[in-house]
Structures are given as structure tokens and as C-alpha cells.
Design a protein around this ligand. Sequence first.
Ligand code: GLN
Length: 189
Amino acid sequence: MRIGVLALQGAFIEHRKKIEALGAESFEIRSGKDLDRQLDGIILPGGESTVMGKLLLELNMTKTLIHMISEGIPVFGTCAGLILMAQNIVGEERTHLGTMDITARRNAYGRQLGSFCASGCFGDETEIPMTFIRAPYIQETGKEVDILSSVDGRIVAARQKNQLVTAFHPELDDDNRVYRYFLDMAERS
Ligand code: GLN
């Protein structure tokens, strides 16, 4: 199993460590050529979605990624990655990849509560720790989207077929269940 982690900006190294701790291979996606490599799944990390979206366009990677996702490659977006994948972003006209039928609200917890830790259920599992950093939440989901996790009534993890998103940063916590879930998606696809 080989997972490519988008490494243009943001928190990608921690994702690689998690993937490798679970026995899969990882590599960094830095340009369009890296998308031609043998690839069983893609992680879009946290960071700054506007910067990442701009870099994807500049490097001519946006259309290729949209195509790969629509063809079914498993993709996992955390935080800014979730925003990249959202079909709608509250208060913004432009979207980035726009592959997932969700509406994201950026920096949704305000400045005071910019970063915090919480815990919540993920899928059918017991509680997992969740670290939020200037996080978005999902304000609305389309019909094909399964909600995997809500904290205080706000949706913070969801899946639509081959697409998984979390508003929190599972790469920063000592718990691998979200990665097991994603690797399982990749194995089955
Ligand atoms: N606030 C960032 C954005 O809007 C996301 C923050 C993160 O990825 N930790 O892109």
C-alpha cells in the first residue's frame, strides 16, 4: 500500500509517520509528476487552504487531482484538506477541488477558540482524541455523505464514497484509528 501525502505546504510529515507506523509506504507529492506514481491513496494535509489551493493551480495539479478523485482514488483531507475538497465554502465564491458534497465553514470556532482539544466518537468506535487548529466545521452535507463524527452538534468528520474528511488533526494525536479507517478504505478500493 502506497499513500501519497500532498507536501506543498502545511503539516505533511506527521501524516507520513502515521502511515508508516501502520506498515504502509508513504511519499511526498510535490509536483504533477508525483501523481503519476503508483498510488493507492492521497492525503491532503492541514495548513492554509488558500495557499495550498493557489499552489495546486500554479503547479497544474488541480484538474488532475479532481479527475483522480472522481475516478475513485481514496482521498483523506484534514482541516485545510477538508476545505480544499468542499463543494461550497461559506462566504467564498471560489472553491478549490470541490469534489465532496459538503459546505465548509472556515475558521469556524472564532479567534478565542482557535485551537483546542476535544474528544468524540468516530464512526461506530469509542471516543477518539481530536485536536482542532483554526479549524473548519462542516455546515451542511449532501445526500451521499455519511457523517462520521459530530462534536457539540457540529459535524467534524464525514465520508462520501472514496472521500474522507476530518476538521481535526488526527496526525497530532496518539491514536491511529482514523488512519486505520483510511487504509482500510484504500485496501478495499
Ligand atoms: N484555517 C485554515 C484554512 O482555512 C485551516 C487550518 C488548518 O489546516 N489547521 O485553510
